[in-house]
Design a binder for this molecule. Sequence first.
Ligand SMILES: NC(=O)c1ccc[n+]([C@@H]2O[C@H](COP(=O)([O-])OP(=O)(O)OC[C@H]3O[C@@H](n4cnc5c(N)ncnc54)[C@H](O)[C@@H]3O)[C@@H](O)[C@H]2O)c1
Length: 275
Amino acid sequence: MTKLTGKVALVTGSGRGIGRAIALKLASEGAKVVVNDLDAAPGDAVAAEIVAAGGQAVAVNGSVSEAGFPDRFVGAAMERFGGLDIVVNNAGYTWDATIQKMTDEQFQAMLDVHLVAPFRILRAAAEPIRIMAKKEAEEGREVFRKVVNISSIAGLYGNAGQASYSAAKASLIGLTRTLCKEWGRYKVNVNCVAFGLINTRLTQPIEKQQKTIDVAGRDIKVGVQPQMLEAMGRMIPLGRGGTPEEAADSVYLFCSPESNYISGQVVVCGGGLIL
Ligand SMILES: NC(=O)c1ccc[n+]([C@@H]2O[C@H](COP(=O)([O-])OP(=O)(O)OC[C@H]3O[C@@H](n4cnc5c(N)ncnc54)[C@H](O)[C@@H]3O)[C@@H](O)[C@H]2O)c1
């Protein structure tokens, strides 16, 4: 028996980076995983990797912001695996600009992916969770479910160039704390992990050319100037950025039975970095 045997986990944005590492970690602990990514190829590949390793997974790809996505995502967990125990709201990207250059579209896009989508997914999960929790209570059983919302040190302390992103990530902490209060009676632990610098495509060094990622056909600039990465490395007490696997381990803590009496908390996974 592994720690998450029999649990059903939903992880958004799990085709790459931190989300991929979370999906693989939860699967390695026995969870059945509903994978999702905006891009179908990496989403499908992660689900296939879990199945090839002897686990169970299904990919429900598409944008978390798409109308109808939350019901499709939650519905897949219920229909395919007959339950819903863990929700990790991880999908996202950065689209930076200083405030005088930030468009309404840019500001709204960050709210949509980092705040509105998690709200809608959790709202879609509310009724199945209420029904399952009611039945378990009638049977005299306490079954803990887990929500882990992914925030950022930008949401806690702000970050120049990230008015939209930091506002969305800060609001996600508010959503976390409110759901902790609303869902305690259903035995749901609702927590937040705020990452510092984790080495993924969002934080790759910008060498000669500005890096871009394709988000639904739009080229978005990502990456960090090498001087900035070096400076951050010096500011991080543990001396370097984290790996996606280290980031996933911190999320796993809030998915494991050891966190059954912890709710409404924000843990920074950043090697000690405080801005
Ligand atoms: N890397 C860091 O240093 C860092 C720091 C703080 C917070 N975060 C947060 O961690 C999360 C994961 O980021 P990452 O660094 O692994 O990035 P990543 O780009 O490596 O992976 C993110 C994945 O999310 C997917 N995605 C993006 N928009 C989506 C959408 N609308 N619907 C479905 N999937 C979508 C992408 O396609 C990608 O595969 C994000 O919420 C990010 O804001 C990352």
